[in-house]
Design a protein around this ligand. Structure first.
Ligand SMILES: NC(=O)c1ccc[n+]([C@@H]2O[C@H](COP(=O)([O-])OP(=O)(O)OC[C@H]3O[C@@H](n4cnc5c(N)ncnc54)[C@H](O)[C@@H]3O)[C@@H](O)[C@H]2O)c1
Length: 250
């Protein structure tokens, strides 16, 4: 459908909830995929390679450049990693600590940002018509609805909204410069995606207020990642594509 046959694609954080169906769909479309993550999730598959790299370590950029960019010259890079500290859950209004905020911003925003610039510079140098896709969130442009958390173990996360909001505007800034070199850079903002760790209460409340009356499925985000990976989306650049069943329109 998207003509991704032999397209060289790198996905960072590909072993997670959204990454896994994305990789399966990309491979089914004939793409060549490298997954960069802390752990793998497929044993062996044609056109698939795994590289264990930690995107929060100082030597990550150098290693990523040498092992992935220089050898593979990817046409598409997807970042759906979710690096965070052990005290990540404490980034709510009550427990907020500047040290955790700084560390998490460095791990998550800085890695997405520095990394995207490095990739775009490589694509520019090699004259690759590339596509860079970053996972943001509806909480990059919406405040978190407190009603959803009452009576559940979930809490708002202040740092998350700052990181994801910054990413959306960073994408615009990147596009303003790199589009002239035939490089696309876009973000995707999913709404809540169903996963096993969510309580029944949270799912019920979320579904009640979402116009589509349900949470999203990881495959529904993967389809949009495939669209942005392909030439079908050739004139979409600097955009933030919202995939939330209408959650953000009311
Ligand atoms: N799941 C949702 O409801 C949802 C909603 C909106 C936005 N998002 C965004 O989508 C992206 C993916 O979310 P997800 O739910 O698939 O997350 P996830 O936690 O299931 O997967 C993230 C992946 O990143 C990898 N990772 C974590 N730290 C890493 C590191 N230091 N180096 C390399 N890899 C590392 C993990 O091993 C994991 O495979 C995230 O940016 C998230 O903020 C998710």
């Amino acid at each position: 459908m998207f003509n991704l046959k032999n397209k060289k694609i790198v996905i960072i954080g590909g072993s997670g909830l959204i990454g896994r169906p994305t990789i399966i769909k990309l491979l089914n479309e004939g793409a060549k995929v490298i997954n960069v993550d802390l752990k793998d999730f497929i044993k062996k598959k044609k056109n698939y390679k795994f590289h264990k790299l930690n995107c929060t370590l100082v030597d990550f950029y150098e290693r990523f450049s040498k092992i992935i960019l220089d050898r593979f010259n990817p046409e598409v890079v997807i970042n759906c990693s979710y690096p965070k500290t052990k005290d990540w859950e404490k980034n709510d209004f009550k427990n907020f600590a500047k040290t955790s905020f700084s560390r998490n911003t460095e791990y998550h925003f800085n890695s997405y940002f520095l990394f995207s610039k490095k990739i775009a510079d490589h694509m520019k140098k090699k004259k690759i018509r590339g596509s860079i896709i970053l996972l943001s969130s509806i909480y990059g442009f919406l405040g978190q609805n407190q009603f959803l958390y009452k009576g559940t173990s979930k809490k708002e996360n202040l740092t998350y909204s700052i990181i994801k909001g910054s990413l959306i505007n960073f994408v615009r800034q990147m596009c303003a410069y790199y589009a002239q070199y035939n490089i696309k850079i876009n973000s995707i903002s999913p709404g809540g995606i169903e996963d096993r760790s969510m309580s029944k209460m949270f799912k019920k409340k979320y579904s009640e207020i979402c116009p589509s009356k349900r949470l999203g499925k990881p495959e529904e985000i993967a389809s949009v990642i495939l669209f942005l990976s392909s030439n079908t989306s050739s004139y979409i650049n600097g955009s933030n594509i919202v995939v939330d069943g209408g959650f953000s329109i009311i």
